[in-house]
Design a protein around this ligand. Sequence first.
Ligand code: NI
Length: 227
Amino acid sequence: MLLHLPQVLTFDELQHMQATLAQAPWGDGKVTAGTQSAQVKNNEQLPQQHPITQALQEVVLQALKRNKLFFTATLPKAVFPPLFNRYGGESNSFGNHVDNAIRFIHGSGERVRTDVSATLFLADPDDYEGGELVIEDTFGSKRVKLPAGDMVIYPSSSVHRVEPVTLGARVACFFWIESMVRSDEQRRLLYDLDMTLLKMRNEAGDNAHTIALTSTYHNLLRMWADT
Ligand code: NI
């Protein structure tokens, strides 16, 4: 499932993040790439252990915690510490690749299985040209370029790329989620059921039918979730 999550960051968070990233110590993006992706990756990244990275990670993680749509759509078990990248100038693209299935958290050695990939856009789309995230799907390819502060999530199993940035700079935050529900198909069913229940409740409040369907939701989650 590919989903657009609007306004994940508040206006103040976004301003703070943009100002900080404008003066951040960018380095080569290949440091976190796998063997295949390193051949097509040409961008810049913030060093994982830098205090600026760690401070900004905290802002993103707090924003995710209060985002109900993020929880419903991903059913997170673990979130990989968010990373930050920049495309522009000579380092302006990332060709077709698939994200590594398992990521190791720097320092702790903890493993995160990448079920869902996330890109949180941090630059105003009017400030750069190109830089679309293109996700290849069985339905065809989707081109994603969102307002600053908005996020897209998509299955980590998808082949994807970032188109060359031909003017300005595309700055974004990216990370992976290990879901309590490993299967994208099962997660999608739970999401659809949960969102439909939400609409039913908003329209008419709870009744015997919404209670029965809520019970089905939780029983499916109990059957499929691994906590
Ligand atoms: Ni990727």
